[in-house]
Design a protein around this ligand. Structure first.
Ligand SMILES: Nc1ncnc2c1ncn2[C@@H]1O[C@H](COP(=O)(O)OP(=O)(O)OP(=O)(O)O)[C@@H](O)[C@H]1O
Ligand SMILES: [Mg+2]
Length: 282
């Protein structure tokens, strides 16, 4: 089970996040970014945070510690924004906490160099979990103590929103052309990352990771009898994907078909080739 803490002070909303996470202090004296169960993104965003965050950690990618965060909206009655109040009131009980990295700054691909092997591993991992939310426009990575940390996996595992089509959706290519780290790698590093990481994504590892999803977030999933049945479905899709995704990672846009040369150029070139004295345009 993930460690469990109780929020004792609501500090501030993080308005730059679409789901308006909040900074809270907890009874273990830690400070956490709270991802709220009452947010529009729903409980599956929290499931994706747990599955992807804990899987990434086991593949030795840096992710801040995740905790089960017990939140009582009564501690936040002083929050003046009524929309934030509505969110907090809808989030009593179990939420997700992520260790707050004080003094971290958002990653900027033009200001921070990333080693090709690390970038390759992150791109392969994002392909595995179908993370479409790490583009250069919205990198969802932090620099902390001069190292790169991964955050915000709530939009990954897109196929868990429609389990009937999960296997076929998971078989689609992963477009990494807009990925924030695309400029640091070539296909060779991504292939090396795949060779290193794919064999580590075993069923045993996926069972260990999915066991960390709180039962509460898996109950009443249409088409499944028990939380464990949902966990098995995550394991199956991810395990299939780990074996094959490398072949479907798109790193650069296919070259555009060249436009046909203008008529004058074609005639001129043909004329030259035929040894004629025809002149080009002035
Ligand atoms: N662990 C952390 N430590 C420090 N700052 C953080 C941490 N997690 C998130 N933040 C800050 O809060 C912002 C919002 O967090 P996050 O991206 O997880 O929220 P979101 O609502 O899922 O966002 P999005 O709009 O990208 O979907 C981040 O861009 C970052 O500035
Ligand atoms: Mg974000």
């Amino acid at each position: 089970m993930l460690p469990e803490v109780t929020a004792i002070r609501y500090v501030t909303p993080l308005r730059e996040g679409g789901s308006v996470p909040g900074i809270v202090e907890a009874d273990d004296l830690g400070t956490y970014v709270a991802k709220f169960i009452g947010a529009a993104q729903g409980r599956k965003a929290l499931v994706a945070e747990v599955v992807c965050g804990e899987l990434a950690r086991r593949l030795e990618l840096r992710v801040p510690e995740l905790v089960r965060l017990d939140f009582d909206p009564v501690i936040a009655l002083g929050e003046p924004d009524t929309e934030v109040q509505d969110l907090l009131k809808a989030s009593g009980g179990l939420n997700l906490g992520m260790d707050f990295l004080p003094g971290s700054v958002g990653f900027d691909p033009l200001a921070f160099e990333v080693a090709a092997d690390e970038a390759g591993r992150i791109i392969w991992f994002d392909a595995l979990v179908n993370n479409v939310d790490r583009s250069w426009r919205n990198p969802n990575m932090l620099i902390w103590h001069r190292k790169l940390w991964l955050i915000d996996h709530g939009a990954a595992l897109i196929w868990h929103h429609n389990w009937n089509g999960a296997q076929s959706s998971a078989a689609r290519p992963y477009d990494a052309t807009d990925h924030a780290l695309a400029r640091f790698v070539s296909a060779a590093e991504v292939a090396e990352a795949a060779a290193e990481l794919a064999p580590r994504v075993t069923d045993a590892l996926l069972r260990e990771v999915t066991a960390l999803i709180p039962d509460e977030w898996l109950l009443d999933e249409p088409g499944f009898d028990t939380p464990d049945a949902v966990r098995r479905a995550y394991t199956e899709v991810l395990s299939g994907r780990a074996a094959t995704i490398q072949d479907r990672i798109l790193l650069s846009a296919p070259p555009k078909k060249a436009d046909a040369p203008p008529e004058w150029l074609r005639t001129w070139v043909e004329g030259k080739a035929a040894g004629s004295q025809q002149e080009g345009p002035r």
